[in-house]
Design a protein around this ligand. Sequence first.
Ligand code: ASP
Length: 352
Amino acid sequence: MQGGCSGYKIMETSISILIIYTGGTIGMVNDPVSGSLVPIDFRHISDQVPELRRFGFSLETVTFDPVIDSSDVSPDTWLKIAATIEENYSRFDGFVVLHGTDTMAYSASALSFMLQGLEKPVIFTGAQLPIGVLRTDGKENLITAIEIAAARENGLPVVPEVCIYFENKLLRGNRTIKYSAEHFNAFVSPNLPPLAEAGLQIRYNRNLIRYPTVRRPLTVSGKFDTAVAVLRLFPGLRRETVHAILGTAGVKGLILETYGTGNASTAAWFLEELRSFISMGGLVLNVTQCQAGSVEMGLYETSAGLMSAGVLSGRDITTEAAVTKMMILLGSGLPSEKVVALLVRPLCGEMS
Ligand code: ASP
């Protein structure tokens, strides 16, 4: 990270926002040698958005060194983002994380589980077109994300959650998926309406926003166990493939992407593979391949077998949230019954 917060102080008022620039298309330019888009420093972004100077509050930035394309994000990146927020938590009223769109939903999910006791907004945003391009979506995304991070009512933040703001919508981070590689409207949260929509005004859906019920200091859960795998079912999936994934040395948890309401093949070999993995202490979480809706184990005979094999229901959790939640719970060092209990219930609004 580039040493401390770089001064981009606009005006001294009581509200202050820290922008954490990790990389992504928003700040990219064409590399003259390779012709590919590569991320560059924040000055490039701020030069393109002179409007930042018109905010009536203080803005500072921290830039990751190096800034990255979000396909290179790893749990270390999440730890860096969380540490930056923790170190600066008392000095700022809200945080905006500039991040590539490709893995933004994973990072926002991870941060939602890591930042325990969060009482301030952490708003992820980015762009589909670089900020230097005339038709960029990055300017609006950045400006509105800052406005949301700064929004307060009766002295308290309006959105004290980890969210993604993109193309007029504020979505709960751990409910969000990137669904379009092309449209400006790149993110959706199919199982939860937007927490806010930005038109002429920003309209907050206050009954959906999670507000802390007890006040406690911010703590960061910072251990990830990456011994997880994702298996998406498809007709024709071979036993050898399932066996190889479940037999991979060290794998402790599987996110099983099933059909519809959580259904899978009733083939005896398939259930045997799962049973044997679970009997050795493995965790299997059932999530649906559908973008919207929920796993309902037992509704069809094709999911009853999973249930009796000990597969757990992920209900309407996204794969992104399931992966990060499983990594953090496996890394927590908690006893396995506790990990199972936490896996199947909502911890911070990630499932209904
Ligand atoms: N590859 C880019 C990234 O995720 C895409 C983007 O930012 O939109 O960093």
